[in-house]
Design a protein around this ligand. Structure first.
Ligand code: SF4
Length: 198
């Protein structure tokens, strides 16, 4: 079966740039699914920007204005493709969003927040927990507990550089944790999105 780099949900275009991830979240849909709505998202190889652009539909205008970088992995493992595809989409009058675990600076061993802010109009960072300890207990980052502070620092920096930042949590973490996460979002001056566990 060929690799699916571009897939569709509710008339919105999604881009699947990698299967690599620095987390292994307890609630990750990859644990019990092959993809989304019969679109298999496991990949044999990392796509180039040309691979992705070749799969984009010609009738881009027929789809939602926003295109989302979110697949079966952490998109910032493939920054080259992300940058070029986002540039291409902006030229086609599309807006872009990335759903990220916020560990891009650790993953790329450099501060890549300018690139993210320049290429993604909305940056949705998975907060998932209110403390480093709880985050690590749920997300199991390869970077250990420092991933939490790095993720918040990433969110702060992309916001300062002009991207719209949204922090998100899954509703299964409980009311008390959601309230604590709301305080973190308030302190950063960003929206907290509580999404349903799939
Ligand atoms: S960060 Fe996202 S892709 Fe990575 S393990 Fe967690 S839910 Fe899955």
């Amino acid at each position: 079966m060929s690799n699916i780099y571009v897939y569709y949900l509710n008339n919105k275009i999604y881009i699947n740039l990698t299967n690599k991830c620095s987390n292994n979240c307890d609630f990750c849909i990859r644990k019990n699914r092959e993809g989304m709505e019969n679109q298999r998202l496991w990949l044999d190889e990392l796509p180039s920007s040309n691979d992705v652009i070749a799969q984009l539909p010609e009738n881009l205008d027929d789809f939602d204005e926003e295109v989302v970088f979110c697949g079966f992995g952490e998109p910032t493992y493939n920054l080259d493709a992300l940058e070029d595809v986002a540039l291409f989409l902006h030229c086609k009058n599309k807006t872009t969003r990335i759903n990220t675990n916020g560990q891009a600076n650790l993953i790329n061993n450099a501060d890549v927040t300018s690139l993210i802010a320049d290429t993604c109009d909305v940056v949705n960072v998975s907060l998932n927990a209110s403390t480093a300890k709880q985050y690590q207990a749920v997300c199991h980052s390869i970077y250990g507990e420092k991933a939490f502070d790095e993720m918040l620092d990433f969110a702060k920096k992309v916001k300062v550089k002009g991207a719209k930042v949204v922090l998100s949590v899954v509703d299964c973490i409980g009311k008390k944790e959601i309230e604590a996460c709301q305080k973190i979002a308030d302190k950063l001056g960003v929206t907290l999105r509580v999404r349903e566990k799939e």
